[in-house]
Design a protein around this ligand. Structure first.
Ligand code: AKB
Length: 318
C-alpha cells in the first residue's frame, strides 16, 4: 500500500537517488516525484523522464520554494558526502551534510511532510561491539562522515519528538548496484570489483583481506526505504535510524562468489590506508532484528544471488 503522493528527492542523481526516483515514479506516476540535484541530469534518462529541478541543499529557501510549489507530502533527503570524500574534506562534509539535513527537516516541519534521510554503518565507531552490533549501542565514530550521521540521527529524532515531524531512517550498509556508481565511499570496492571482473578478469582491492563489512544489493535497499516509509507508525519503537543489512563479507568472499561465474577471475591487494582506517572503525556485521520486528525488513539477495544478477546486468552495460 503506497500512502505517499508527492515526493521531493534531493541528491536524485546519486547512487540511491537515481534508483529511488525510478521506483517511486513507477509507484506514484511520473509527476509523483520531484527529482532535484545540484547538477543537470544529463544522460540520466530515468531522472530526466519526469519533473526535475536544480537544487543546492545549502539553500533552504530554494528547497522550501520547490516543495511548496509542488505540494509535496514527503521529503527524501539523500544529498550528502560519503565517508572517504568526507574524510578528505571534513569542513565541507560537516557543512553540506548538516546544513542540507537541517534545511530538509525544516522544509518537512513547515509543510508537515513525512521525512526520510539515510544514516549509515559509518555512524558506529571503533568501540562499538563489532559483531552482531545491536540497534542501541555505543556510537562514537572517528570519521567526519560518522559524526554527521550520528548528529543527523539525533536531529531527526529531535524533529519527531519536538515538532511531530514523521521522520524515519535506516543505517545503510555498503550498497551495491549496477545503474549508477557510488562516489567516494569506503565500501565502493564491492561495486568496482564487478566492473573490473567483467572488463579485466582481475581486481586490485583497496580494502585489506579479512576486512568484513555489511552490504546490501540496491533492489533490497530501495524496497527497504519504501517499506519503512509506508510502515504503520504505531509499530515503530525506533525511528532514526534502523540497523539493516543483507550480508556481511570480506574481499576474499566476494572474489570467490565472482569466481563461481568467472573462474579465471583473480584478485590482489593494494590497500589504501585512508579507506582501510575508516573500514577498520566500522562493525563487521550489524543486527537488523528491530527493523525486522517493527516494519518487516526482509532482504532477498545474498552474496551469490547478487553476484549473478550484478554480472548479468552489467555485461550488457559495459
Ligand atoms: C560509504 O562507504 O561511505 C557508504 C556507507 C557505508 O555509508 N557506502
Amino acid at each position: 500500500m503506497i500512502i505517499l503522493k508527492k515526493v521531493l528527492i534531493t541528491g536524485a542523481l546519486g547512487q540511491i537517488g537515481s534508483e529511488l526516483v525510478e521506483r517511486l515514479r513507477k509507484d506514484l506516476g511520473e509527476n509523483g516525484v520531484i527529482a532535484t540535484d545540484i547538477r543537470k541530469p544529463e544522460g540520466n534518462q530515468t531522472v530526466e523522464s519526469g519533473p526535475f529541478e536544480i537544487l543546492d541543499v545549502n539553500d533552504g529557501e530554494a528547497m522550501l520554494d520547490i516543495a511548496k510549489r509542488n505540494n509535496v507530502d514527503t521529503i527524501i533527503h539523500l544529498a550528502a558526502l560519503l565517508s572517504a570524500v568526507a574524510e578528505q574534506k571534513p569542513q565541507l562534509a560537516w557543512n553540506l551534510n548538516m546544513k542540507g539535513l537541517y534545511n530538509a527537516l525544516e522544509t518537512a516541519r513547515i509543510l508537515n511532510a513525512k521525512f526520510f534521510s539515510p544514516s549509515s554503518i559509518g555512524a558506529f565507531g571503533p568501540n562499538t561491539p563489532k559483531n552482531n552490533t545491536p540497534q542501541d549501542t555505543i556510537m562514537r565514530p572517528t570519521t567526519m562522515y560518522g559524526v554527521t550521521k550520528v548528529a543527523g540521527e539525533l536531529l531527526e529524532d529531535y524533529y519527531f519528538t519536538k515538532f511531530g515531524v514523521d521522520t524515519r531512517s535506516v543505517r545503510f550498509p555498503g550498497l551495491i548496484s549496477y545503474k549508477t556508481l557510488p562516489g567516494g565511499g569506503t565500501t565502493d570496492y564491492a561495486v568496482d570489483i564487478y566492473y573490473e571482473a567483467l572488463k579485466k578478469k582481475s581486481y586490485t582491492s583497496f580494502i585489506a583481506e579479512g576486512t568484513q563489512m555489511d552490504m546490501m544489493y540496491m533492489p533490497d535497499a530501495i524496497d527497504a526505504v519504501v517499506k519503512l516509509l509506508n510502515a504503520d507508525p504505531s509499530r515503530l519503537i525506533h525511528r532514526n535510524s534502523f540497523n539493516i543489512t543483507a550480508m556481511s563479507f570480506e574481499p576474499e568472499d566476494i572474489k570467490k562468489s565472482i569466481q563461481k561465474i568467472i573462474p579465471e577471475f583473480k584478485m590482489d591487494y593494494d590497500v589504501d590506508p585512508d579507506r582501510q582506517k575508516i573500514a577498520d572503525s566500522w562493525p563487521n556485521s550489524i543486527d537488523p532484528t528491530d527493523a525486522q520486528n517493527e516494519w518487516g525488513f526482509e532482504p532477498s539477495y545474498d552474496l551469490d544471488k547478487m553476484s549473478k544478477d550484478m554480472l548479468d546486468k552489467l555485461k550488457d552495460r559495459i
